[in-house]
Design a protein around this ligand. Structure first.
Ligand SMILES: CC(C)(COP(=O)(O)OP(=O)(O)OC[C@H]1O[C@@H](n2cnc3c(N)ncnc32)[C@H](O)[C@@H]1O)[C@@H](O)C(=O)NCCC(=O)NCCS
Ligand SMILES: Nc1ncnc2c1ncn2[C@@H]1O[C@H](COP(=O)(O)OP(=O)(O)OP(=O)(O)O)[C@@H](O)[C@H]1O
Length: 393
């Protein structure tokens, strides 16, 4: 099952996007709908609301008077917190039930306005954010929905900001223009990313080999890595010692293949085997076969475990290493040294560019082999630097 989080500020177009995803076959779990169910007449949820807010929030028929409660909830933070504390745990429990019920090959889209506020982003395989300018949203809500301008603005003020949503967004859907524009983006997203991602995770499918194309440094690489690392942490918790962004994409200014290298440090390779299924399910299918780091001593091969990111839109290599071999420390040292020594970083960039030219259209393995000579010599300089500066992992 692929879990997709879909969020956006009020009136941005979540329902518009969710409806299109449903037409493609996604299973939609609608948080607003569940929030209504758990406070229907006769529920324990509604009784609690009445205890907290009084019978003034009931209509003549004894059901929740939503506008009356909205007037309180969006006017002051304390009331909203009280309401959230009653409704959210119930919504959470019901959501978990519905998720459990989805088929193993389902693409489940959780349409949830308060994804950011709830800190839920790391629990999805992918987070989609629909956005439109607040003024556009206010106009849509007042025109099409008949909401008052004051209510629309009060709700916008009660929600997270565009910047906070950007931090969690794997996919940013701009719905400031015609609906057809965002819908066509959704169609492409479904076919090119969500469908293959789901299959990759369910079938534990490895990623096809990448060609050694070197991209210019992308300043969003560290943020992208941060999102992936948060997902890994949420999945494996304290069964791992640490998780880090390693490799060239962790060195600002260094061109690199557009694949994020991440490292998980586990106490032992047995522990790596113990988290393999959890990682696979979380979106990082384990790669079959034996994986080793090259040892600089001639005798040694340094075993590790290896997982691929299943998301075709964000290539990830996940190296699972243990202190049983020294490779984990070197993997942290090398980029730390390049970050500290810009001249070495630039020299490395030149080597990469040259070799990428030589091996253009060819095999990534041959490229990596050739690069290793420079790297082996560089390791010595990095070790000297570590000694000199007292660097520790
Ligand atoms: C206050 C209530 C009664 C107002 O009902 P109303 O029918 O006017 O709005 P509805 O529930 O359809 O929500 C419409 C939109 O308002 C925004 N909104 C709703 N609740 C909240 C909240 N607690 N904080 C911020 N925004 C909210 C969302 O963008 C949502 O999509 C209702 O929104 C509610 O019970 N909210 C608390 C539960 C909640 O947090 N729901 C959000 C999803 S879990
Ligand atoms: N691109 C667009 N152009 C014009 N109107 C739009 C566009 N996208 C959505 N709308 C309209 O704006 C309103 C809000 O859209 P929608 O219901 O999809 O937002 P939402 O994010 O689900 O809102 P809520 O947070 O209230 O659930 C709807 O009336 C919808 O028809």
């Amino acid at each position: 099952m692929l879990r997709v989080g879909l969020t956006g500020g009020i009136g941005a177009g979540k329902s518009t996007v969710a409806n299109r995803l449903a037409e493609h076959g996604a299973v939609i779990i609608d948080a607003d709908l569940i929030a209504r169910e758990v406070v229907q007449r006769g529920t324990e949820g509604l009784a609690e609301i009445v205890r907290a807010f009084g019978t003034g929030v009931l209509d003549a028929g004894g059901a929740l008077d939503r506008p009356a409660l909205a007037a309180k909830a969006f006017a002051d933070e304390e009331s909203r917190r009280t309401l959230n504390a009653i409704v959210h745990p119930r919504v959470g429990a019901r959501t978990a039930e519905l998720m459990e019920r989805a088929a193993p090959d389902a693409i489940v889209v959780h349409d949830i306005p308060l994804l950011v506020e709830g800190g839920l982003a790391p629990h999805y395989h992918l987070v989609l954010v629909v956005d439109a300018d607040p003024e556009v949203r206010v106009a849509r809500l007042t025109d099409a929905r008949g909401m008052t301008e004051a209510d629309a603005r009060a709700r916008i003020a009660a929600q997270s900001t565009e910047r906070q949503r950007r931090e969690v967004a794997d996919v940013w859907l701009d719905n400031g223009g015609h609906t057809e524009i965002v819908l066509s983006e959704v169609d492409t997203l479904w076919a090119d990313r969500l469908v293959p991602y789901e299959a990759n995770v369910r079938l534990r499918r490895p990623r096809p080999p990448l060609s050694p194309v070197i991209a210019e440094y992308d300043p969003s690489w560290p943020e992208q890595a941060g999102r992936v690392l948060a997902r890994i942490r949420a999945a494996v918790g304290d069964r791992v010692e640490r998780v880090d962004h390693i490799g060239s994409t962790s060195v600002p200014g260094l061109p690199a293949k557009d694949v994020l290298d991440l490292q998980i440090l586990v106490p032992s390779l047995d522990a790596a085997d113990g988290i393999a299924d959890t990682l696979s399910e979380a979106g990082f299918p384990r790669a079959e076969g034996e994986w080793c780091d090259e040892s600089r001593e001639r005798d040694g091969r340094l075993p590790k475990r290896f997982h691929f990111g299943g998301d075709p839109g964000r290539p990830v290599n996940l190296h699972v290493r243990s202190p049983e071999t020294p490779a984990w420390r070197v993997a942290l040292l090398f980029p730390a040294w390049l970050r500290a020594e810009p001249a070495e970083r630039d020299a490395y960039a030149a080597v990469k560019r040259e070799l990428a030219n030589v091996h253009e259209g060819g095999s990534t393995l041959a490229y990596a082999d050739d690069k290793q000579d420079w790297i082996n010599a560089a390791f010595d300089r990095a070790e000297e630097w570590a000694e000199r500066t007292g660097w520790t992992p």
